[in-house]
Write a protein that binds this ligand. Structure first.
Ligand SMILES: Nc1ncnc2c1ncn2[C@@H]1O[C@H](COP(=O)(O)OP(=O)(O)OP(=O)(O)O)[C@@H](O)[C@H]1O
Length: 132
C-alpha cells in the first residue's frame, strides 16, 4: 500500500487499467492535505486534484490539473481522501488496520508515504489515534 500526499505540486504514478488493478496486492491511496494558514492567505485556493468518478466507495478516478506545470492527467486510485476529510483516523481504519491480522499469520505488509516535501506524509503517518 502506498500513501501519496499531495501539496500544490503533486507527483503521482499512473495506474494500470481498472480490471488488472482490482487484482493488485498494492493499494494506492491519495490524500490531499488542507491548505495551511500561510497558503490560505497567499492567493488562489483551488485544489489541483479533483475526483472524477468513484465506484462502490472504493476505486476512484482523479483529475490532476496543475497550472504551474501544465500537468493535465487522470489517474485511477484505490482510494482518495480529499482536503475536506478532517478525520484522519479514517485512513488508518480503512487502509492500515485490515493489514494487521495478516502480519500475525506470516503475511508481509508495508505502508509508506510518498510525496513532495511539506505535503503531509509525516502528519498522515503519525497522527493516528491508535486504539487496539
Ligand atoms: N491534515 C492536515 N491538517 C493540518 N495540517 C497538516 C495536515 N497534513 C499536514 N499538515 C501540516 O503540513 C505541514 C507539512 O506536513 P509534514 O511535515 O507532515 O510534511 P512531509 O510530507 O512529512 O514533509 P517532509 O517531506 O519535508 O518531511 C506540517 O506543518 C503539518 O502539521
Amino acid at each position: 500500500m502506498a500513501f501519496m500526499d499531495i501539496p500544490t505540486t503533486p507527483q503521482m504514478e499512473k495506474k494500470p487499467s481498472s480490471s488488472s488493478f482490482a487484482k493488485s496486492k498494492v493499494r494506492v491511496i491519495v490524500r490531499v492535505r488542507p491548505f495551511l494558514p500561510h497558503e490560505a492567505t497567499s492567493g488562489e485556493q483551488m485544489p489541483c486534484v479533483s475526483v472524477l468518478d468513484q465506484e462502490e466507495e472504493e476505486e476512484v478516478a482523479v483529475y490532476l490539473k496543475d497550472k504551474e506545470t501544465s500537468r493535465n492527467e487522470c489517474y485511477q486510485l484505490d482510494s482518495f481522501f480529499g482536503q475536506e476529510d478532517k478525520n484522519i483516523n479514517k485512513i488508518f481504519e480503512r487502509e492500515v488496520r485490515p493489514l494487521i491480522p495478516g502480519i500475525f499469520h506470516g503475511c508481509n505488509g508495508t505502508v509508506f508515504a510518498y510525496g513532495a516535501t511539506g505535503s503531509g506524509k509525516t502528519y498522515t503517518m503519525q497522527v493516528y489515534n491508535y486504539t487496539f
